[in-house]
Design a protein around this ligand. Structure first.
Ligand SMILES: NC(=O)c1ccc[n+]([C@@H]2O[C@H](COP(=O)([O-])OP(=O)(O)OC[C@H]3O[C@@H](n4cnc5c(N)ncnc54)[C@H](OP(=O)(O)O)[C@@H]3O)[C@@H](O)[C@H]2O)c1
Length: 252
């Protein structure tokens, strides 16, 4: 995702790449990593040093659950707006970053999904939950993903929970013969995380009612599909104060 962001920034004349960070890429030109001509921006291994030297307006973070929180705090310490695609943030961490953003008088974004199709899938699911309160979520990602369930499935579950009363589904006497067989429990329903090589990112929200089921599904095939959303966020974040949670807040 980081390489894709570098490529997108280099292709937009309204944006300027001033630094790129990677722990293990070595001191190469950022353009080389993104499959582009040399940019003069050498990839750094230290976020703090790069921020100090380049003083950017915005930091885009696609790393991992353990790195993203300290990265965001470092960015805010330098007065840099974090646009975060990394998933796995807890509500407490989001609240803490919101406080730090407001203390600095700047904005930030945590977006579990930058894809417009995925946002629509979540919105349609929340609409359906009003009429079909029985629901389960199945999300599919590559086998190297660190967090489960996915940030998108948690966000979907939050929206569904806003649209329906808490409802404990299934047979009250149900027993799991193998632990975890029924998936993760969220506000009365279940989220199932499939992790397989070859899979990129997909989610299916399955609603059941007497005599019918309804499935709402989104499939991502390529990292480039997230870039229009990241581009919009980089530009809109300049006019925001506080930590926004969810890319949908940046859509018309
Ligand atoms: N919001 C969205 O729309 C969206 C879309 C796709 C993915 N994601 C999320 O974005 C994150 C990254 O996804 P990915 O597919 O790009 O994963 P990836 O291929 O594993 O890449 C993550 C990269 O981040 C680097 N990294 C980790 N911690 C770092 C740190 N402290 N400083 C510098 N670099 C660091 C890793 O370097 P090493 O090789 O040294 O570990 C790795 O190169 C995941 O949380 C994923 O769930 C979000």
């Amino acid at each position: 995702m980081g390489r894709e962001v570098v490529k997108m920034v280099l292709e937009d004349p309204e944006l300027e790449l001033v630094a790129a960070i990677a722990r293990s890429a070595g001191p190469v030109d950022a353009g080389t990593l993104a499959g582009k001509p040399d940019t003069g921006v050498i990839v750094s291994s230290s976020l703090a040093e790069a921020l100090k030297a380049s003083r950017p307006d915005v930091l885009v973070d696609f790393t991992g659950p353990k790195s993203a929180m300290p990265n965001a705090e470092t960015a805010l310490a330098y007065g840099v707006r974090p646009v975060i695609g990394t998933t796995g943030f807890t509500p407490e961490q989001i609240a803490e970053l919101d406080k730090q953003c407001k203390d600095k008088g700047i904005g930030g974004l945590i977006a579990p999904n930058f894809s417009i199709g995925a946002i629509l899938m979540m919105k349609f699911s929340a609409m359906a939950a009003k009429y079909f309160p029985h629901v389960e979520i199945i999300e599919y990602h590559g086998d190297q993903k660190l967090d489960a369930p996915s940030g998108t499935s948690i966000k979907t579950a939050e929206w569904i929970s806003e649209a329906r009363q808490e409802l404990r589904q299934g047979n009250p006497d149900e027993e799991e013969v193998i632990e975890g067989a029924r998936g993760g429990y969220y506000n009365g329903f279940r989220i199932h995380s499939v992790r397989l090589p070859g899979v990129f990112a997909q989610q299916e929200v399955v609603f059941g009612a007497f005599g019918q089921t309804l499935k709402i599904r989104h499939d991502s095939y390529d990292r480039a599909g997230y870039m229009p959303g990241v581009n919009t966020a980089i530009k809109k974040i300049m006019n925001v104060t506080g930590m926004v949670y969810g890319f949908e807040h940046f859509l018309d």
